[in-house]
Structures are given as C-alpha cells and as structure tokens.
Design a protein around this ligand. Sequence first.
Ligand SMILES: [Zn+2]
Length: 346
Amino acid sequence: MFEAFVTLCALGADAHCREVLLPGHAAETRAGCEADLAGAADGLAGLGTAGAPHCGPRPAPGLAFEEVAPGVFVHRGAIAEPGPKNGGDVANVAFVRGADGVVVIDAGGSRAVGEQIYLAVRAVTEAPITHLVLTHMHPDHVLGAAPLAEAGAEIVGHAGLARALADRAETYLDRFRNAIGVEGFLGTAVVAPDRGLAEPLVLDLGDRALTLTPRPKAHTTNDLTVTDSESGLLFAGDLVFATHVPTLDGSLPGWRALLEAMSEGETAAAVVPGHGGPVLAWPEGAEPVARYLSVLESDTRAALDAGLSISEAVPEIGQSEAGNWALFGVYNPRNATQAYTELEWE
Ligand SMILES: [Zn+2]
C-alpha cells in the first residue's frame, strides 16, 4: 500500500523538519495515491512550511499494540513525562475492530503518535476508522487526533470536552512543544471534537457494540469511559491509573465517589487504565487509585483541620504513598495543591 507524505518545516527555523504522514490518500498503487493529492496538506497550513505532498510505500508502524482480546488492540504508553525520547507517547491507546469498522480510543500526545496509531490500525485492517473516542481533555490523550480525523474518524467525547479543550489549547500545545521539541511536535494541533455526549451512546460495529458513557466531574470535568460488548473490557481512561501516580484535575470527592460507584455497580471482564497496565482485573485494578485518593483526601482534611497554610500542607500530603508510584515527585505536589484548594472551600 502507498501513503501520502509531506515534508513539514517549522516556520522560521528550516533546520527543523519532519516527514508528516497524511492519512486519507492510501491506495494500492503509487499512481492511485498520487491521483488524489491536491490539497492534501491544507490542514497543516499555519503549522509550518510544507513542500509538495508525495506518495511512498506505507511504513511499518512504530508503536507496539497487543491484541488483548479478539479484535481489541492496546498500546501501553511510556510511564514518563512527555519528552524528545517518547515523542509524547505517554498514555495508553486502544483500538477495537468490528465488522463495520474500527474505533480508536485516545490519540497520544502528538501528531507523530497519531500517525503511528493510524499505521498500527492499517497493519491489521484496511477497514474504515469510523470514530476516535477521546476519554478526556488531557494533552497526552488528545494531541494525536488530527491524522485520525484525516483518516475519516468522527471525534467523539464528553459534552464538556470541546469547551475544555478550547480553553486550554494554547497552554497544552506550548507545554508539549517545549517538552517534546519542535521537530517531534511538528504538525500537532488541537482538533475540536465533532460530537459531545451528555448521555451514553452505543456505537454499533456490526458484530460488537461499544458503549460510551460520559461521567460526572472526577479526574477531569470531561471524563468518558468505553465498554466493549464482545470482550467485556472497560476502557477507563484516566479514571484508573497503574504504576503512574494518579493526577487530579477535576474533583477529589467526585473521583472517589465515581470509582466507588463503578467498582460496586458496573461489571467488566477487565479494565484498561489510562496509564500502566495495560490490562488490569476489575474492580481490583482500581483499588490502588482509590487508596491513593483516599490518602490524599484524609491528609488534606487533616492539614486543613490543623490550620496549615497551603505551602505548609503540600509537602506533607500523600507522603505515605510515595513508594507506591512512579512520577510521584512530579505530580503529588500538584495533586496536593488541587486537593487543598478544592477542600478548603467546602
Ligand atoms: Zn488525564
């Protein structure tokens, strides 16, 4: 198979260039691909200076996906901060193949990661990629969306996702560009979701159905989970973490209550977390997150009761969990700050 590419260079800094894959022009022959290249790189206008699009053999995917159940493929992102080495590949990604098409769940943290997800799907099937489901707004889960949208996917998320992304787009792009580096980040943009869900939605893939469920404020204000009727797998996004310390950007009591309700009331064969795993027993796999959040809340309440200021409290909160998680030193102080600020006003 042949795919379209374009060489994209950073504006004003021609030393930084990247060969960008342009999904949507795949063909069995080079001529078939070339027949359809007019305007292929228009979506990249403003992100750099692009040469003429051209066609070449489809490369092998650079991301490893494991088929964890028939038709369900999961990639485990690096347990790390985004950086030049991982290119923003720091969150889990999945795709589900049904009779009528493929649904991708989350998109990674850069356009380059999204291109690799596309190639990983194409290594398995030429079936249409009908939907990209975004589990929440965080940049490590959404910044790879553009190439999947170009491949034809409708982007679906929580009803609150569009506004949340619009408000944070520049911050997210700056932060990840600085972390990953100009070259690896070339072509990356925030893509607005096509559809926001206030109620659950069933995506019928012919021989299986995916249920998308928007959730109340928890990890963020716009969390959404996916369950697959065939495998029974629950894709929890960042409502469940493994290895990587949980990160709080929504509501601490909200997240705790939601996890408890889901653990008690919702059955699943297993859970795919947003980081780590990539497949955990359900509901046992969510217990470490629930425990961490419980410690975060009780330590914060104790600090507030003792009259500690935020700067006194933050270094104390959650310390008994330090040995249980990777990246604890990076995120626990932010979680403690968030928890203190939220609970202070109750
Ligand atoms: Zn997140």
